[in-house]
Design a protein around this ligand. Structure first.
Ligand SMILES: *Cc1c(COP(=O)(O)O)cnc(C)c1O
Length: 233
């Protein structure tokens, strides 16, 4: 699949450019291939050319694809997760990036403990304060992170956000700056059982800006796999 190779090279090129601009090393940044709605055959092809991390937003989709993936990959849950679906994916995913409540963290902790693992999680921040988006609001973030960090069976390893959409990605920069600042403040506070290691922000449209502002994980779907077809997916 030459197109896939070309897409990956283009993303890596842009990652490199953003790193150069920001004086960062590309090895600091993990690229997640957001494979929601994408066929296992194409996902497998992407793993063959170097993608190591996959992002999915629906538990059912992880369940369906998991046995069809023929190379080692790390799976990241990046979508809205209902408590009653946690048990479907707890033994399949390597990280849950979309933790947006203490209650969800408790359910994850319970299910993880039951199979003797500790699940790495990121706390999702509603950085644009957008009513329709998931995530913890900025004014509640610190107390919520502290509470979640105390839940047995989960390890808070950082923050994640889905930034507001702007036609001009430059306009999103203040939101990424704010995320980085919250991330650094939490690192400083250093609650027990918490490591501020990952800052997951930036998608196809704005990952260059996110890297310039300190992202350590970027989540790229369309730019890698092409346009999604939601029908039947
Ligand atoms: C779909 C999705 C992405 C990827 O979006 P693209 O614009 O296709 O790169 C990233 N993060 C989350 C949480 C998503 O749901």
């Amino acid at each position: 699949m030459e197109w896939l190779d070309d897409n990956l090279k283009e993303i890596q090129h842009q990652m490199q450019q953003a790193c150069q601009k920001a004086g960062r090393d590309i090895s600091e940044i993990t690229l997640i291939g957001v494979s929601k709605t994408i066929d296992p055959e194409i996902i497998n092809a992407s793993l063959k050319i170097g993608i190591e991390n996959l992002g999915e937003s629906k538990p059912q989709e992880i369940l369906r694809k998991f046995p069809l993936i023929d190379r080692p990959a790390k799976w990241h849950m990046i979508g809205n997760l209902q408590g009653n679906k946690v048990k479907m994916i707890i033994d399949k995913v390597d990280m849950i990036q979309s933790v947006d409540s203490l209650k969800l963290a408790q359910e994850i902790g319970k299910r993880a403990s039951a199979i003797d693992i500790v699940m790495p999680v990121l706390v999702q921040v509603n950085i644009g304060d957008e009513g329709q988006k998931n995530g913890i609001s900025i004014d509640q973030l610190f107390e919520q992170v502290q509470a979640i960090s105390e839940v047995p069976g989960v390890q808070v390893e950082g923050l994640m956000c889905i930034a507001p959409y702007f036609e001009d990605p430059e306009d999103v920069r203040p939101y990424f700056k704010k995320m980085k600042s919250l991330f650094e403040q939490l690192k400083e506070i250093a609650y027990n059982n918490m490591t501020m290691k990952y800052l997951s922000m930036g998608m196809t449209h704005d990952f260059k800006i996110a890297i310039e502002e300190g992202a350590t994980i970027i989540r790229v779907g369309t730019g890698l796999y092409g346009k999604r077809n939601y029908q039947g997916g």
